[in-house]
Ligand binder design. Sequence first.
Ligand code: AMP
Ligand code: TRP
Length: 333
Amino acid sequence: MSPKPRVFSGIQPSGMLHLGNYLGAIQQWVAGQGEKTNFICIVDLHAITVPQDPAALRRQTRELAALLIAAGIDPQQTTLFVQSHVRAHAECCWILNCVTPLGWLERMTQYKMKAQKQESVLAGLLDYPVLQAADILLYDTHEVPVGEDQKQHIELTRDIAQRFNYLYGETFVVPEPVIRETGARIMALNDPTAKMSKSDFTRGHAIRITDEPDEIRWVVKRAVTDPGRDITFSDDPTRAGVNNLLQIYELATGLSRSAIEAHFMGKGYGALKNDVAEAVIEVLRPIRERYYHLIDDPAELDRILVIGAEQARAVAEPKVRLVMERVGFVLAT
Ligand code: AMP
Ligand code: TRP
């Protein structure tokens, strides 16, 4: 029997999760549990590449752990852990920094976008994708399930792995990004030309995973559509709003596109919004309920994270030792 493929993904504890995170990433992570060996990492080292309030970061790290478990990540089947609990990530990042040309990092679109928003850009922000490469490569990862926005970072990870292997001999597995066709880029409800994002707090922009049904109805009812009337999937940028609602409906119900188009045939945008809101409410309801239950018991959450970190260390520590040996360090015992 061939060993199960290894899956690694990460998520930042930098604010309440939204529907884009759930449909673009977390739903895939949950679906792959069991058949694959899964590692899910709460990336607090990445979060501090832009300024964070320490108390808020600590709270958001526990909230994210609770949300992931509430959304179906089962700590018995998936190694769920916090990045800073496993020192190998920072250690491996340093070594990879020393094989990564600066030009590769300066080209990253996410860096350029984030840097524009900062008054003073921190060195860690430029280095962000190298830390991400360390995350992935330490676990001999085959598959990295992410949203579309992470594709460039996974390609950079492949380049770094190949360069290291070339310089120091076969060390790293070269991973593949796994990006779903539907849901890879859930758009903002108030602006279907922009990606739904954690950092936009305008009411109507996003649906947060813990939003109450009335809030979800409010947001979906005001979602930007277009002056047309067809309710069909399309790539036409002028119909991005309706297409976004249909993708959300597809992922929330699990129905096929043809069944969905048949369902909405002859109906108006009011009906579409109503059905999308109700479908989202039903998907999020059990998650919200489990979340409030879990967040009430921080000691239990911390216990789960301690176990996750132990499991992660058992893989990452021998790997970083191998990396150190390859580059010529005298290994400390
Ligand atoms: P982040 O919110 O940047 O920590 O992203 C966590 C995961 O959610 C990553 O795999 C992202 O690619 C994914 N993601 C974030 N925003 C969206 C979105 N609007 N649509 C689909 N996936 C997303
Ligand atoms: N950069 C990713 C994001 O913002 C988070 C992340 C960090 C990640 N390390 C990772 C994703 C490793 C996949 C694999 O979404």
